[in-house]
Design a protein around this ligand. Structure first.
Ligand code: NAD
Length: 260
């Protein structure tokens, strides 16, 4: 389905981004990986995608927390691959604290990566997609793009911002072949969430698996984690012909979290 298309997936050296990169590759897309981590491990991920799915995969090492970095990723990916058809804005970080105690440096870092990088990468990728008359921009927002939780001022503000930005880009491109949608996952057990499970285990003096169950029962009625592969399935759907008229949407995969 995605043969001869190129997908840039930000933050794809781990978790949801990696699953989306592999999912799109399994449908024939060439892939640009991006994200932090051990160079040797990332090279293994890259080579595995090429061998398993018979596509081209490149890794671009770029910190997206500055405007220059986010825009340079798109410029370099375009130069190396010739085109970008699918942009998945996925890179994200978390920090929890009360609003009054939230470190300014953490606020700035979360807004820069979770929100501003989405704007910069999208702005840089759009002109070529518009010219070609086909493009898919997929923003990995969160249930926290639709509802709030305590202790997450920067994350909730950034993810609500991403949902809003998704709608604006959708409206500006309606009818020209370029769609922009958000995916709003509930709890997915990735390194980002594992850190929160560990913190909960320590603060409530329970073991890790009890803390994981407690985390789910607080928010996610299904009491089951969403898997990274299920998020990848949603991204694949957004790239399919069936989703051609879907734009400006926020697709929830959250075990019922936001249905309450
Ligand atoms: P993760 O920590 O497993 O992956 C985050 C990725 O972002 C990694 O590849 C990391 O290297 C990369 N990254 C971090 N800082 C970066 C930077 N400055 N520049 C470029 N890349 C950087 O986390 P995840 O859970 O897979 O999260 C992926 C996205 O999904 C995030 O936007 C997150 O907010 C969102 N999300 C996650 C959950 C969940 O429960 N895990 C739920 C809803 C939304």
């Amino acid at each position: 389905m995605l043969t001869n298309k190129t997908a840039v997936v930000t933050g794809s050296t781990s978790g949801i981004g990696l699953a989306i990169a592999r999912g799109l590759a399994s449908h024939g897309a060439d892939i640009v990986l991006n994200g932090m981590g051990d160079a040797g491990e990332i090279e293994k991920l890259r080579v595995n995608i090429e061998l398993e799915f018979d596509v081209k995969a490149r890794y671009i090492n770029m910190d997206l927390s500055t405007a220059d970095g986010a825009r340079a990723l798109i410029a370099q990916a375009t130069q190396e691959m010739g085109q970008i058809d699918i942009l998945v804005n996925n890179a994200g970080i978390q920090h929890t604290d009360s609003t009054e105690n939230f470190p300014v440096e953490r606020w700035d870092a979360i807004i820069a990566l979770n929100l501003s990088a989405v704007f910069h990468a999208t702005a840089a990728a759009l002109p070529a997609m518009q010219k070609k008359g086909w493009g898919r921009i997929i923003n990995i927002a969160s249930a926290h793009g639709l509802v709030a939780s305590e202790q997450k001022s920067a994350y909730v503000a950034a993810k609500h911002g991403v949902v809003g930005l998704t709608k604006v880009v959708a409206l500006e491109n309606a009818g020209n072949g370029v769609t922009c949608n958000a995916i709003c996952p509930g709890w997915v057990r990735t390194p980002l969430v594992e850190a929160q499970i560990k913190a909960l285990a320590a603060s409530s003096e329970v073991d890790i698996e009890t803390a994981a169950k407690n985390l789910l029962s607080e928010k996610q009625p299904s009491l089951q984690f969403v898997t990274p592969e299920q998020i990848a399935g949603a991204a694949i759907f957004i790239c399919s012909d069936a989703a051609e008229q879907m734009t400006g949407s926020s697709l929830s995969l959250d075990g019922g979290w936001t249905a309450r």
